[in-house]
Design a protein around this ligand. Structure first.
Ligand code: SF4
Length: 318
């Protein structure tokens, strides 16, 4: 007879889920409403680079209903209409500045955009996605001031902890830059979520797992994982079309195995906010999975359960 898997410190789950934490802290789920403020990115406008990251096509992660010209209030109204129909039980929302680098602009413009979102009566906070090299102290000080009274989450695109991979995808910053931005944001008490792409060219799976140790050593609150997806029109997609072996992609089982290995090495204090992402089918070239995004969480839980492990059981310090 098989002996039962050892108990998990996360109750019925095997990892520290962000949604569970939000429910405990706020008494219910919070849903993010995407808004587009029309910012650009220093890796596109020439200040850092011009071609952008080789995996990036912002259409791949910008909801189609967003129209910068409509203004922030109107975008929130549209988004809320959709979300209320889909999630009738949720009544707390935060505005999510997602596309491009949303701290890349003059302070006056940043204030105008964020405060327009916070002025909406149904918005209780902000999630702000950006690059680590777009976080000067002045911006962090302002966000810390907002965080005194509002729920503010800073989402930093770390993408990889390997400088070789960052260079290969033309990211335009290194891991030291990410660690510095994270440290300065944490010194101000900001809630920090990092984004990580698993599968970038230029790093091995062993390198990716070292990323779990590196991120665990930093003062981050949460992580969002993304599997590498090839989006039409990007340099990486073109490289794959020319020679598929030059950009190896994860099949779903291999991705789940890697996620489980990563999560076992990740600090148990770091909340897991997402396990993968989904580019709209008309924009995605590869990989094609049968697995739906919503199946990742139960599949990861089942895998960790079958291994008798949980998040943090193999951290560098354990
Ligand atoms: S992924 Fe972000 S940083 Fe890279 S080019 Fe796209 S918008 Fe710019």
């Amino acid at each position: 007879m098989n002996s039962p898997a050892p108990a998990s410190p996360f109750g019925s789950r095997r990892y520290n889920a962000y949604n569970d934490w939000v429910t405990r802290k706020h008494g219910g789920r919070i849903q993010k409403v995407s808004v587009a403020a029309g910012f650009t990115c220093p890796n596109r406008d020439g200040s850092v680079g011009t071609g952008g990251c080789s995996f990036c096509n912002n259409a791949g992660f910008t909801p189609g209903y967003l129209d910068v010209r409509a203004g922030i209030h109107a975008q929130i109204e549209t988004g809320l209409g959709f979300l209320r129909r889909r999630y009738p039980a949720i009544n707390r929302f935060i505005a999510y500045f997602q596309s491009y680098s949303n701290t890349y602009g003059e302070m006056a413009r940043l204030r105008e955009c964020y405060e327009a979102a916070l002025a909406h009566p149904d918005i209780c906070g902000l999630a702000i996605g950006t690059r680590p090299d777009c976080l000067p102290d002045e911006v962090l000080d302002y966000l810390a001031e907002l965080a005194q009274t509002r729920h503010i989450e800073l989402e930093i695109g770390v993408e990889s902890t390997s400088d070789a991979a960052l260079e290969q995808v033309n990211r335009g910053h290194d891991f030291t830059c990410s660690a510095d931005a994270i440290t300065r944001a944490a010194q101000r008490g900001l809630f920090i979520t990092v984004h990580l792409i698993l599968g970038l060219p230029g790093e091995t799976q062993a390198d990716m797992l070292i990323g779990a140790d590196r991120l665990s050593a930093l003062p981050i609150n949460a992580i969002k994982f993304h599997q590498l997806q090839l989006v039409r029109g990007t340099p990486l997609a073109r490289a794959w079309q020319r020679n598929p072996e030059s950009v190896p992609l994860f099949e779903e089982d291999a991705y789940l195995d890697l996620l489980a290995d990563f999560v076992e090495r990740l600090s148990p204090a770091i909340l897991i906010q997402r396990l993968g992402s989904e580019v709209p089918p008309h924009l995605k070239l590869a990989p094609t999975w049968n697995l739906r995004l919503s199946e990742l969480a139960p599949r990861l839980d089942a895998l960790l359960q079958s291994r008798g492990t949980h998040q943090g059981c193999r951290t560098a310090s354990s």
